[in-house]
Design a protein around this ligand. Structure first.
Ligand code: GAR
Length: 476
């Protein structure tokens, strides 16, 4: 885990972190850089002497805030450091929402008081002068409220009768030098529960549907914890909205550019955990390509026929993605159990209770279900050839790359009618692939062309009394 430290002053806490990392006490963590809002801050000298990248960025504000330009400069500098965690170690400025939102759940602050008491400046002096019997230090997640985010850990210190302000400050600082490195270690080892209240926002862009059409939604939320999924389902019920899980196992097409549904995007941490033997727990957010690459490296069998599918594991489980009716292989062949949120409950069920059949499961079309993870059994296997390469080769030959490829359209269709539809749509920016009748191609950001293509296919089948089963889920 890479951390970026922001500090304004002496830097004794930054030094404590660096010393503990160098002593091997925080394995897997490194300080990518130190940034200060004070040009001559001693913390920058500490960085220099320890060989750590450092820089001063002018906040362009005389008080405790930033100018809008400098906020962007800070954000860019932290991104350049590729930091997973931003640590405020004596950084005496109030971060604006744009800053906090740029690193969701990834900024922590050290404060010299037992929060929520004594927020703001001079906390130790104020506690001492108020005649408090206890004081201490806190590390908390940063939100948009001054010293107000969720508290991760605290150390309490008793103010004994003989103490003066100086000796108390020394005690608090000594406690901070232990607490902050410990919290960083706990976060790196994933022993800290992330504070991530659900945020519902508006969305505008082209990345919602695989059809890459321009859309805007009033209700869009990123699901980062199982609790977020529960909050989302309760929000949907309260506001009478239809929740729709992106990547939930079907090609999605938003017919209207103003989407009325509540779109849930899977942003759970992408984790693959080896549980021992041939058992692996895989988060639903893990990309198919990443999982297969990992398994091939481990010499284990899996659903390699999906190597070219740009999907996430959750979607593949929901639709129980298969290798073709003739071969009869499905993702569920490897599943032991699935953990998912249904409404307000976290449920775990074994494979036999999940209604798996070819390209179908209990999760297909369900609107109040969010898959969290699954336990798979991937047995060891010796490979004569790399199955990922083989599959990618197949995809290169069988897919039409002349325009952005949207995936398959129908489970059942009449080939003759599809050929007619392809002919009709030749001059237009949406159409059917020259290689595969069942694949849609799209060159237009405007959903209207694809809507007309789907409508034409449907109308042709209706007029000719032919069976048609769309695989595309259309959502308003
Ligand atoms: C620390 O006591 C820290 O708690 C405080 O600044 C000091 C920095 O010391 N932070 C705040 O008051 C934030 N509101 P250092 O420069 O020696 O690490």
């Amino acid at each position: 885990m890479n951390i970026a430290i922001l500090a304004s002053g002496k830097g004794s806490n930054a030094k404590a972190i660096i010393d503990k990392i160098n002593a091997g006490e925080i394995p897997g963590v490194s300080v990518a850089g130190i940034i200060s809002d004070k040009p001559g801050a001693p913390v920058l000298e500490i960085a220099e002497s320890c060989g750590i990248a450092h820089r001063y960025i002018d906040p362009q504000h005389r008080g405790a805030r930033f100018s809008p330009e400098s906020v962007r400069e800070y954000i860019d500098a932290i991104r350049e450091l590729d930091a997973d965690l931003v640590v405020l170690a004596g950084f005496m400025r109030i971060l604006p929402p744009e800053f906090v939102d740029a690193f969701p759940q990834a900024i922590i602050n050290l404060h010299p008081s037992l929060l929520p008491a004594y927020k703001g400046k001079d906390a130790i002096r104020r506690a001492f002068e108020a005649g408090e019997k206890m004081c201490g230090c806190s590390v908390h997640y940063v939100n948009n409220e001054l010293d107000g985010g969720e508290i991760i850990a605290q150390t309490a210190i008793e103010i004994l009768p003989g103490y003066d302000l100086r000796s108390l400050e020394e005690k608090v600082h000594a406690a901070e030098h232990v607490l902050l490195p410990k919290v960083i270690k706990d976060i790196a080892e994933k022993r800290v529960k992330k504070n991530s209240p659900l945020k519902v926002e508006a969305y505008k862009g082209r990345t919602l549907s695989c059809y890459r059409t321009e859309n805007s939604a009033n209700y869009f939320a990123r699901i980062r914890t199982p609790e977020n999924a529960m909050e989302a389902f309760s929000f949907a019920a309260e506001h009478d909205l239809n929740p729709f899980v992106l990547g939930g196992g079907s090609n999605v097409f938003f017919r209207n550019s103003k989407i009325k549904s509540f779109i849930l995007k899977n942003e759970l941490p992408q984790e693959i955990r080896h549980l021992g033997g041939d058992r692996f727990e895989v988060s639903s957010s893990v990309k198919m390509a990443a999982l297969l690459k990992f398994l091939y490296g481990q010499k284990r069998d899996a659903f390699y026929y999906l190597a070219s599918a740009p999907c996430e594991i959750g979607g593949a489980i929901a639709m129980n993605a298969g290798s073709g009716p003739a071969e009869g292989k499905s993702v569920s062949d490897f599943i032991e159990s699935v953990k998912y949120v249904k409404g307000m409950e976290l449920v775990e069920k074994g494979k036999n209770d999940l209604g798996f059949s070819y390209r179908h499961s209990l999760f297909s079309d369900a609107e109040d279900v969010f898959i969290i993870s699954a336990v798979f059994r991937f047995p060891e296997k010796a490979f004569a050839e790399n199955p990922i390469e083989q599959r990618l080769q197949w995809a290169r030959c069988n897919q039409d790359l002349s325009a952005p490829n949207c995936g398959s359209l129908c489970g059942k269709y009449d080939a003759k009618l599809m050929r007619i539809a392809r002919f009709i749509f030749r001059p237009f920016p949406a159409g059917l692939s020259a290689k595969k009748l069942n694949w849609a191609l799209n060159k237009s950001p405007n959903p209207v062309w694809l809507a007309m293509l789907f409508g034409t296919i449907r109308a042709l089948h209706k007029i000719c009394f032919r069976r048609l089963k769309f695989e595309v889920k259309t959502v308003d």
